[in-house]
Structure formats: structure tokens, C-alpha cells
Design a protein around this ligand. Structure first.
Ligand SMILES: [Zn+2]
Length: 491
């Protein structure tokens, strides 16, 4: 088997003011894709499965960057052309595996993945199977599905199973080689804007199990993917989606997708967002820290999650913690390259005057004027240990600062906090702390839930707030729940 592997992965927050360009992407081409081998990522898993089965992997191009604003058209066209050119050189192939997100938006193209999948289909023709692995935050279109023979989204949020779903997608190419064109992929879209919802417990876990049962109970069903969707973009297909890959006819598959979507729609009240202000979250966390239990209380600032397009330099939660004079606590971390650089210049042991955070916009809070002691420094090059285990990450220079006994980690590159590695790197054992604050919506849970006595979510103003009514929408095709009382769904 000759399997081509590649993709362009971006979650586009169209409410970010700055466009995303080629220089923002990490681009791995050809053999350089093997940097991902052995990691719990989609492309890493695809390479590993090919190696295990003795198949020839044909690495094309993999481009990824942090969630951010709309991708500039020229940058997208350049990446696409390079991917297609390598695919063209790799032909003939027995299958194509695409590593995708599902919520990519390019200037003038609302559906990046649909456009890319159609271009790949046009190149390989109808007889070559194409499957794709997706992030469950994709906004999926039928046009996208029509270009693919199988859709495999991760089932978990945090996305701890993305490598497992990619393995299924690649293995499915072998099954399809026996019966090219025998599957249909059908989408049922719900007019539902879901807040970021973990699958580790609660309604997220219930819906995951319900949809997995639908996949398991009928051999004609190859995959059921539930896309929570990505609400922070103004595109016609915004919403939540059930996507069924099916061995039967399109009408049967569509009916199943719509029936499953209808069952989710009936449960929508359980998905209504609850929001705590920074001050409310801090008060609850302080109370939880005084109660019985082991490990720190974790407060996650969901509204400033770089993993959804926010800047990561918001100060709402940090300000509330400083004002509450919380002790034995660490904020890990806030993104501010200027302050990190100043700390590295001054060196360990220096006392520096800083203006921290709040530099991107006014939405995420004003900068904090502080006098800080530089306790420790690190180059910020780490390896993820929970979600996407084994993948390298570069937070840029890290600094551990102390302000009135409160610890603050400052990073230089935009990212959410995934696990305890940035703390460890700077000599902090989170198990000795009463309280840990961080910026992430749910991915942090893979690293922190096993340790935390409680998790409390703060939702002050920010580009990834659960309060989705604050985002203007021009393109939505239908009235959306919970914004519009006219929102409806009939299976
Ligand atoms: Zn996601």
C-alpha cells in the first residue's frame, strides 16, 4: 500500500483582528514529517501505522499553527500548491490520509477543508480512497464530506484520542481499497452553538457514549463523528454536526445522522453555558482550597484560551487573584514576550518593574503594573506529556516571577497550558500549591484532572468566552441556539 499523508490544520477564530499568514505556520514537508512519528498526533499516528503494516508512507506537507485569525489567501494557496505538487509526484497512490481540523477559514473561502479535499480528489480521481481525521471542533459541510470516503473525528475533549482516530482513518484506506467508492459520508448539521464542553464527564461524556453506541451497533456504520463545532467564527456552516460514514446508501446514512442529531438537539438545555466572573471563580476556588482533599484547586480562564484564538495575555483572572491576595498559588501562564525578555535580560535574582499582559486589545483587560522578583528562567522548549503526548512544543523563553509571594509564569509564545511541564521546568511542584490558575478551556484537563481536587472555570470577557451572543454574525445560514428563539431542528 502506498499512502499519501498531509494536511493543513487550523482552527480559525474570525473574530481575531490580525490575519494568519504563512510565516505563522509550522510547515513540515516530505521527510521532515517524520518529526511527528511516535507522537500521539494525527499525522504521527498515520506514519506509525504505515510503518507497522509495512506500507509505504508518502509524506506530503503538514502545516499547523495555533488558532488565530482568518488565513490570508495567498498563504493558503501557497501551502495547498506545495501539498498538491508533492501528491502529484507521489502518484500512483492506493490511498490518501488527510490531517485536518475542520474549522479552517481562508480569506474568500469559508470552508478550507472542503476546498482542500476537493482539490485532492480532483488530482487523484474517484477511484482512490481519501479519509481524514478531524478535530471535533470542526464546522463540517456536506461538500467537505462528499470529497471524502471516511471521516474520523476525535471523540474526546481534551483530544486524547486524536492519534487513535487517525489510525482508524488510515486503516480504513485498506478496507476501502477492496471496495472503492462503496461508502457514503453524510452530514447532519444542528443550529447549535456549543460552549467548550469536556467529554471527561457530564453531558459531554453522555453524548460521546450515545454516539459511540450508534457506531458500534450496526455493522453498516463505519464511523459516527460528533463535531461539537467551533462557535468563534462567522461562516454559514457554524454549528454542531453529526457525520456518518456508512456502507449503505446515502438516504439511509443521512436519516441516521439526522436521527442522532435530533437526539442531541433534545438535550440542548444541558449544553447551556454557565459563566463565572473572575472574582466569583476566585472566591469559589479559595473556598474549595480550604475544604478536604488532595492536590491543588485549578482555575481555568476559558475566555482567554489561545487554543481558540485568544491572545493569552488577558489580565482579568490574574488581577482578581492578586487583588484577593491569594497565597501558595501560581498563575501558569500568561503570554507576554516583552516581560519574558526583560526577565531574561535582568537574570535570576533581579527585581524588575514590569507592565504585564493586556497588550493585544482592551477586551482581555488592562496591563498590570507590578514589581517582580525573577526566581527562575527556562528556554521554553518542552515535550507534551498528557494530550498529544510526545509532541514538541516551544513556549519561547519562560520566566517565573514572584509578586508579593504570588508566583506568575510568563511565556513568550501564544499557547494554552496543556500539562504541568512549564511548572516543572521552572522548579514548581503543583502538588505543593493550594491553587493553580491557567488559561485553557479543556485540554488542560488531560494533565491536571488526575491531580486537581477541584476545577473551577472562570469566564471573564475574552475572545473564547462561553457567552457567544457577544459575537456579531452575518453569515449564519439559519437561526442559532441559544441566540435566537426561532432556532429549530427537525430530524
Ligand atoms: Zn479541538
Amino acid at each position: 500500500m502506498r499512502i499519501a499523508i498531509g494536511g493543513i490544520v487550523h482552527e480559525t477564530n474570525t473574530y481575531c483582528s490580525a490575519p494568519t499568514t504563512l510565516k505563522d505556520f509550522s510547515v513540515l514537508e516530505g521527510e521532515r514529517l517524520y518529526r511527528l512519528a511516535g507522537t500521539e498526533t494525527q499525522s504521527g499516528a498515520a506514519l506509525d501505522l504505515c510503518a507497522e503494516r509495512g506500507w509505504t508512507a508518502l509524506p506530503l506537507l503538514y502545516a499547523w499553527t495555533q488558532p488565530s485569525g482568518t488565513i490570508d489567501r495567498e498563504s493558503y494557496e501557497e501551502m495547498k500548491a506545495r501539498l498538491l505538487s508533492r501528491l502529484s509526484e507521489a502518484l500512483p497512490v492506493d490511498g490518501v490520509f488527510l490531517d485536518l481540523h475542520g474549522a479552517g477559514v481562508v480569506d474568500g473561502i469559508d470552508d478550507l477543508e472542503g476546498e482542500l479535499a476537493r482539490a485532492v480528489r480532483a488530482l487523484v480521481g474517484p477511484g482512490v480512497p481519501i479519509t481524514a481525521a478531524f478535530d471535533l471542533h470542526g464546522n463540517i459541510t456536506q461538500a467537505m464530506a462528499d470529497a471524502l470516503d471516511g471521516v474520523f473525528a476525535c471523540h474526546e475533549y481534551p483530544h486524547i484520542d486524536q492519534h487513535l482516530r487517525a489510525r482508524e482513518a488510515v486503516a480504513f484506506l485498506e478496507t476501502l481499497a477492496e471496495a472503492p467508492g462503496a461508502t457514503t459520508v453524510q452530514v447532519a448539521s444542528l443550529p447549535l452553538l456549543m460552549p467548550t464542553t469536556t467529554t471527561f464527564h457530564g453531558i459531554g461524556a453522555e453524548l460521546r457514549d450515545f454516539l459511540k453506541a450508534a457506531e458500534d451497533e450496526d455493522p453498516a456504520v463505519a464511523n459516527v463523528s460528533f463535531f461539537h463545532g467551533f462557535p468563534y467564527c462567522d461562516v454559514p456552516q457554524v454549528g454542531s454536526h453529526v457525520v456518518v460514514t456508512h456502507w449503505g446508501d446515502a438516504a439511509t446514512a443521512k436519516a441516521l445522522a439526522r436521527r442522532l442529531a435530533g437526539a442531541i438537539w433534545e438535550r440542548r438545555e444541558a449544553l447551556r453555558a454557565q459563566s463565572l466572573s473572575a472574582e466569583e471563580a476566585v472566591a469559589l476556588a479559595q473556598a474549595a482550597a480550604e475544604a478536604e482533599g488532595d492536590g491543588p484547586v485549578v482555575i481555568n480562564e476559558t475566555s482567554d484560551n489561545c487554543g481558540g484564538g485568544s491572545p493569552g495575555d488577558g489580565t482579568h483572572l490574574l488581577r482578581a487573584l492578586l487583588e484577593a491576595k491569594v497565597q501558595n498559588a501560581c498563575f501558569g501562564f500568561i503570554v507576554d514576550p516583552e516581560v519574558a525578555e526583560a526577565a531574561h535580560r535582568a537574570g535570576v535574582g533581579a527585581q524588575i518593574d514590569i507592565t504585564l499582559g493586556g497588550k493585544t486589545d482592551e477586551l482581555h483587560g488592562a496591563p498590570l503594573a507590578l514589581s517582580a522578583y525573577v526566581k527562575a528562567l527556562h528556554d521554553g522548549r518542552l515535550t507534551l506529556q498528557a494530550m498529544a503526548k510526545g509532541a514538541r512544543i516551544n513556549y519561547g523563553p519562560l520566566a517565573r516571577l514572584q509578586v508579593d509571594g504570588f508566583e506568575i509564569i510568563v511565556a513568550s509564545r501564544r499557547s494554552q497550558t496543556f500539562d504541568t511541564e512549564p511548572f516543572l521546568a521552572l522548579g514548581i511542584d503543583v502538588m505543593r500549591l493550594a491553587l493553580v490558575a491557567l488559561k485553557s478551556s479543556n485540554h488542560f484537563r488531560a494533565g491536571f484532572e488526575p491531580l486537581a481536587r477541584a476545577v473551577i472555570t472562570a469566564d471573564p470577557p475574552g475572545l473564547t468566552t462561553h457567552q457567544v451572543a457577544v459575537f456579531p454574525r452575518q453569515k449564519a445560514a439559519v437561526p442559532l441556539w441559544p441566540l435566537d428563539p426561532k432556532a429549530s431542528y427537525t430530524p
